[in-house]
Ligand binder design. Structure first.
Ligand SMILES: C[S@@+](CC[C@H](N)C(=O)[O-])C[C@H]1O[C@@H](n2cnc3c(N)ncnc32)[C@H](O)[C@@H]1O
Length: 311
């Protein structure tokens, strides 16, 4: 459950007139800070969230932010932004649920409260095609377990244009959202969506298996900011120590990997618990330059050597 910022393209900190987009973003950021809302569902601070809110409502392009900051705002647009800002503050719903859109790996995705808001640090590894660990040229089949909005599956399909992706989730609600996003990118022929409890019903072997499963200890959720309460509990909570789903994946993954395959498993702050539960497995923990952590990489060979096969 990473809290990274999906898109932070902030122009210079120069002061803008109050009736311009730049001035309005500064004013919204102050309001968000004063209200004490939590950031971490696509943006990491008040200014980035204010920019996302204003740009969305005005239909502006983040690629042209310098220019956009100087534009003036009409009273009608100002009223719409005030409504959205007030709703964000009063409801504590994360902004992407209010706008219906979140960004992952530089791509927009449709989201609503049926899915976790995309924010996984997997984006960086996908963009780098999991090199130098994976031999990307050999990747023909990829499995993503717990696809949610489908953001990881879509990004994988785009990063590995020769590969076929199977993306599963136990939630039919989440799969409906994923289907929208797969269609949005025209990937229906290469991304297959499946309703499955982890590996149940999954067939064949895969060169890469990726999962950002739920990994929050069940007692922790009540201590989180109210924004998390709007996300599906099924996407967050995973047993007493958070490692129920990750451990089930590890116990069953071996028969589903090709000889040169890799498992990439996000466990966030659960890395220590995972290492304790699987002391023989030589997990690699790649350093991520864009922020976030807690992604374990482990090869099929190392898994075969250290885990019993339980399928
Ligand atoms: C942390 S969310 C990840 C969503 C998406 N992959 C992302 O990174 O934004 C975990 C997802 O796993 C799904 N899930 C939970 N338990 C599962 C299970 N036993 N089998 C398959 N999927 C499961 C949830 O429905 C949720 O969509």
């Amino acid at each position: 459950m990473a809290t990274g910022s999906g898109r932070s393209r902030r122009p210079s900190r120069r002061k803008h007139a109050p009736d311009t987009v730049g001035g309005l973003i500064a004013a919204c950021a102050t309001r968000l800070d004063q209200a004490g809302v939590f950031f971490g569902h696509g943006t990491g601070n008040a200014r980035d969230e204010a920019a996302a809110l204003v740009f969305h409502e005005l239909g502006l392009d983040h690629g042209d932010a310098e220019q956009a900051y100087r534009l003036s705002v009409t009273p009608a647009a100002l009223a719409r932004i005030e409504t959205l800002l007030a709703l964000r503050i009063a409801s504590r719903r994360p902004l992407p649920y209010l706008t219906g859109e979140a960004w992952f790996a530089g791509l927009p995705f449709c989201v609503d409260e049926r899915v976790l808001i995309p924010r996984s640090p997997f984006a960086e590894l996908i963009e780098g095609r999991f090199e130098p660990w994976l031999d990307a040229g050999k990747v023909q089949r990829i499995l993503e377990i717990g696809t949610g909005s489908g953001c990881i599956a879509v990004a994988l399909a785009l990063a590995f244009p020769e590969a076929r992706v199977v993306a599963s989730d136990i939630s039919t609600d989440a799969l409906a959202v994923a289907a929208t996003n797969v269609a949005r990118y025209g990937l229906e022929d290469r991304v297959q969506l499946l309703c499955a409890d982890l590996f149940a019903g999954i067939e064949g072997t895969f060169d890469l298996i990726v999962s950002n499963p739920p990994y929050v200890p069940e007692g922790d959720l009540a201590t989180f900011p109210p924004e998390y309460g709007h996300e599906p509990r099924l996407a967050l909570v995973s047993g007493v120590d958070g490692m129920e789903s990750p451990a089930r994946i590890l116990h069953h993954v071996v028969p589903f990997l090709t000889a040169h395959g890799w498992l990439a498993l996000e466990v966030g702050a659960g890395s220590g618990v995972l290492e304790t539960r699987f002391p023989a497995v030589p997990f690699l923990w790649p350093e991520l330059t864009n922020g976030g952590d807690g992604i374990a990489l482990v090869s099929a060979g190392d898994l075969r050597a250290t885990l019993p096969v339980s399928n």
